[in-house]
Design a protein around this ligand. Sequence first.
Ligand code: PSU
Ligand code: MN
Length: 304
Amino acid sequence: MIEPILSAEVCAAQDGARPLVALESTIITHGMPWPQNVEVAARVEQDIREGGAVPATIAVLEGRLHVGLEPEQLRALGQARNVAKLSRADLAACLATGGTGATTVAATMIAARFAGIEVFATGGIGGVHRGAETSFDISADLQELAQTPVTVIAAGAKAILDIPKTLEVLETLGVPVIAYGQDAFPAFWSAASALRAPLRMDDPATIARAHAMRRALGLSGGQLVANPIPRTEEIAAGTMAPIIAEAQAEADRQGVGGKDVTPFLLARIFEATEGRSLSANIALVRNNARLGARIAAELHEMIL
Ligand code: PSU
Ligand code: MN
């Protein structure tokens, strides 16, 4: 009943059976300012190609699910105003009403699975927000990781979240959290948080094998691969802490709630740090795309 629209290169990749890596679009529309968002989106797609896989950026355009965007569609989405942010709760409604929206980690996982894509690279995932004990603000991304079998590569979680609580919820939900190449769980702009990740793997082949093993066992849900930002690009946690606290205080003052919380905090932090947080953000997304391409290539080899 629903036929996704594939980009030309995704279409060719599926026919020729090449490895695919999904990319989300909320990071473009709600996660980074224009025009850098469009440049980064194109650059990240290119990183995946250079890593030997094919990028599939996911979005809903005028009521159609797109798996892979043509360059002009990507540019238009990055410039458009009032694009909806689509999580699990919103995806079907947007398709049913002919809307246009960008997919979060949760919705991108759903679309990727639907299109047969098992690896997805992004920047940071949603999680348990600070103050969740009173706000109950826990991202639908965590539930999605528990039920949809896609391996997600992210640079850990931003300190706008409560990282210990986020890890606790992931453990409760039975989601493997795998630090790549180190013991510590990474903290987005910083390569290491104070917490140890539950699992560690040092090469893409092992991550691909673990993904395939979950499938063989019939386990629902995906894996979270937490890939640290390159050390040369990181920003010390102490530099970001007051900026994040100020953004959070402003969100509380303005009574920001629901799905507006994360985009509000991200926009405030970008303003407050000028270029610095953005260049770190770009470096870590690209790093995740490159790792995603290698994992997808390994997984692809295993099924040949
Ligand atoms: N965290 C980031 N950058 C982002 C997001 C989260 O560091 O761009 C986006 C992702 O699309 C993620 C979504 O899936 O925000 C989570 O939103 P919420 O907290 O409302 O579930
Ligand atoms: Mn939320």
